[in-house]
Write a new protein. Structure first.
Length: 691
């Protein structure tokens, strides 16, 4: 790759903003887009007079901060902000965004500090080795305390926070911060929404504090970052500001330290310094290790280095519909791609055409001709590609590690209030299920009700709100219920299904013979046709399959969907005149029901993988409570000052868990869960489920 190309990629930052709900993620994102916006000229620091004639809130309304990826520019760097969901219930969503971003800004509330949810997201980021910087927000609020939050980060997160600033003023008097690297004070001008700021000598009463915290930076770096340690040992005094910056960057990238900044996004203070830190300390795509994948045919492992010289490899991470149609957001890991080029999607073995490439900005979009390594862009023209698919050249294929979306485990009924709502709902459901691969819906065969299903209570709640509020559909919704399934106990052979009505006029005639057996694959029920000699003519085979699959999804015998079964059509009989699709479909349904009855059924329930994070003192109570919920504890590990309990718990036992966990731990413990598998329901619970 040419030096120019590499230098250009070095200026990219792909970041997510993560926070506890209400900590200020939205406000911080808006302010970032505001200060980086192209719509105004930045008044110089010395002038300190440039005024803005519009208000950030107003500007914010035009901003598409909910785009899956938004690009903005700061100090000649291109910052892509990737939307991360604020809810921990659907970790699949969080993890998917962690896959495509390189670094993150963790926003903390200066009053609330480290809250349960922050811990969860923090640990997830840790698991994926995502370097972070922290922004302690809301320092204008009564009760806020920068240093207390730092302490909580150490104690509760086991982090090594390294404040790069200390606040000037407290609560209502909060004005700005002392920059501990440059050792200057900065306050933000209120008249222009903090677009300009003034810098001056550190006030006398803050000097010794500033010295103390600067020394703290040096000590922590010397302890945790090799390059700084070496210099420090040789000659403490020779450490320059540049050495410290390099050390902070190295420490951040390796996850050994977390730089901390302070501010009040709402009062327009501190966001520019945060942007500086994003540029200075978070990784560029070239800092990332090669992305791993496999050859779609041979399965051999392949890697692609982050370089424009490598073959193109990208991951589609979000489908988002907007007024201009459907956009596929992708992260380019290697190589380049141009408008008009064809790409290969190995997940579905199809070629796709890149019709347009957009770079999405706050309130505009920019058509670009080429996307390169490290880019986050939205493309138009992909028909078969959905979230989690890889795009690559046909002659250099690679299958990037799939984003795995588990089967849905919880469902609820939704009933539109009027016919027009029904039509609207049908559209909304289609849009939402394309956008979110962890969401599904179907119409119940028996009741005609629309059933939506997802990954957890909160997930359904969010989806419900989007339908009712964002899309204005009037509907009644039922209570969320656990999704149970059934499977067969053993294989049975040669089960006959007959559907014969031949009393006068045009009759119905179909006979089929099937085998069924337990069978695990990525489909709930697999159908195989082994008909020889046309005993069931070819044209009726799809009707047989349809009869089997519809009956299976509506419940074999218990009313729960049938899974992990293979059905083989082995033989049959037909009539020249009276046979029809309907007759064969009905015969197949009869055969399947009979076969399932003979095989005997087992009920399956969703088992969740639960990770509970608790301070040590509550561990006993938390474990005891989990055991009473039929949990299987896998392991308990120490992570800094907290214990992480890894276990499996049936979803049916997890309703109301967040409230219990909060009360068991004075609000300090947190948990995440995600679907793991469907497993046997203990037979002593059958009665209540089948009643
Ligand atoms: P999110 O849920 O993390 O996206 O949080 P929001 O950005 O929506 O902020 C939640 C609330 O806190 C809103 O009412 C904001 O106006 C307010 N807020 C955000 N940042 C600050 C801040 O720095 N100071 C104060 N006082 N309020 C803030």
């Amino acid at each position: 790759m040419s030096e120019d190309a590499a230098a250009h990629i070095l200026t990219k930052r792909n970041i997510g903003i993560m926070a506890h709900i209400d900590a200020g993620k939205t406000t911080v994102s808006e302010r970032i887009l505001y200060y980086t916006g192209k719509g105004y000229k930045l008044g110089s620091v010395d002038e300190g007079t440039a005024t803005m004639d519009w208000d950030p809130e107003e500007q914010a309304r035009g901003i598409t901060i909910h785009a899956a990826g938004t690009t903005c520019y700061w100090r000649g760097h291109e910052i892509n902000i990737i939307d991360t969901p604020g809810h921990v219930d659907f970790t699949a969503e969080v993890e998917r965004s962690l896959r495509v971003l390189d670094g993150a800004v963790a926003v903390f509330c200066g009053v609330g500090g480290v809250q349960a949810q922050t811990e969860t997201v923090w640990h997830q980021a840790e698991k994926y080795h995502v370097p972070r910087i922290a922004f302690i927000n809301k320092l204008d609020r009564v009760g806020s305390d920068f240093f207390r939050v730092i302490e909580e980060m150490e104690k509760q997160l086991g982090a090594y926070p390294i404040p790069l600033q200390i606040p000037i003023g407290k609560e209502e008097g909060f004005k700005g911060a002392v920059d501990l690297l440059r050792m200057v004070a900065r306050t933000y001008n209120e008249e222009d929404n903090g677009v300009t700021f003034v810098e001056f000598e550190i006030p006398a009463e803050m000097k010794s504090d500033a010295e103390h915290w600067r020394e703290h930076i040096i000590e922590l770096l010397a302890e945790r970052v090799d390059s700084v340690m070496e210099k420090w040992v040789h000659d403490h005094k020779s450490l320059t500001e540049e050495d410290l910056r390099v050390g902070i960057r190295q420490g951040t990238l390796s996850g050994k330290i977390t730089p901390v900044l302070c501010g009040s996004a709402f009062r327009n203070k501190g966001v520019q310094a945060l942007l500086d830190a994003v540029v200075d300390y978070l990784p560029s795509p070239l800092d990332m290790p090669p992305v791993k994948g496999t050859h779609p045919k041979s399965g051999d492992e392949i890697t692609r280095k982050p370089s424009n010289d490598e073959p193109f490899a990208a991951l589609a991470f979000k489908i988002q519909a907007d007024q201009h149609g459907e956009l596929t957001f992708m992260r380019v890991y290697s190589g380049t791609i141009k408008t008009g080029e064809r790409v290969y999607n190995p997940n579905v073995d199809k070629k796709e055409m890149i019709q347009r490439i957009w770079r999405m900005h706050a309130n505009t979009r920019e058509k670009i001709e080429t996307a390169e390594t490290g880019d986050i862009v939205a493309v138009v023209g992909l028909k078969e590609t959905i979230t989690g698919h890889t795009l690559c050249p046909t002659h250099k294929p690679i299958l990037l590690e799939k984003l795995v979306f588990p089967q849905t485990v919880i469902h609820m009924a939704i009933e539109p209030k009027s016919t027009s709502d029904k039509d609207k709902l049908a559209n909304v459901l289609r849009v939402l299920s394309r956008e979110d691969p962890t969401f599904a819906w179907h119409v119940d065969g028996d009741t005609g009700q629309i059933i939506i299903s997802g990954m957890g209570e909160l997930h359904l709640e969010v989806l419900k709100n989007r339908m009712l509020r964002d899309f204005n559909v009037a509907a009644n919704v039922g209570k969320p219920k656990v999704t149970y399934k059934e499977t067969i106990k053993k294989a049975v052979k040669d089960v006959e299904g007959r559907f014969i009505r031949q009393t006068g006029g045009h009759g119905q005639y179909a006979v089929v013979f099937i085998d069924i057996e337990p069978f695990t694959s990525d489909q709930p029920v697999v159908f195989e046709n082994k008909i020889r000699h046309g005993t069931v003519p070819k044209e009726y085979i799809p009707a047989v399959e349809e009869g089997i699959l519809t009956t299976a999804s509506g419940g074999g015998t218990s009313g729960y969907p049938l899974v992990n079964v293979k059905v083989t059509l082995t033989d049959g009989k037909f009539h020249e005149v009276d046979s029809s699709d309907i007759a064969f479909s009905a015969a197949a349904a009869i055969a399947l029901r009979e076969a399932v009855q003979r095989a005997g059924i087992k009920l399956l329930e969703p088992l969740m993988r639960v990770e509970a994070v608790t301070p040590e003192e509550f561990m006993g109570d938390v474990i005891a409570d989990l055991m009473s919920r039929r949990a299987t504890i896998r392991e308990v590990v120490q992570r800094g000052p907290v214990r992480v309990i890894h276990c499996f718990v049936p979803l049916a036992e997890m309703f109301g868990y967040s409230t219990t966990l909060r009360s068991l731990s004075q609000g300090r413990a947190s948990y995440t869960m995600e679907p793991h598998d469907f497993v046997d329901v203990p037979p002593n619970l059958y009665d209540s489920l089948l009643a």
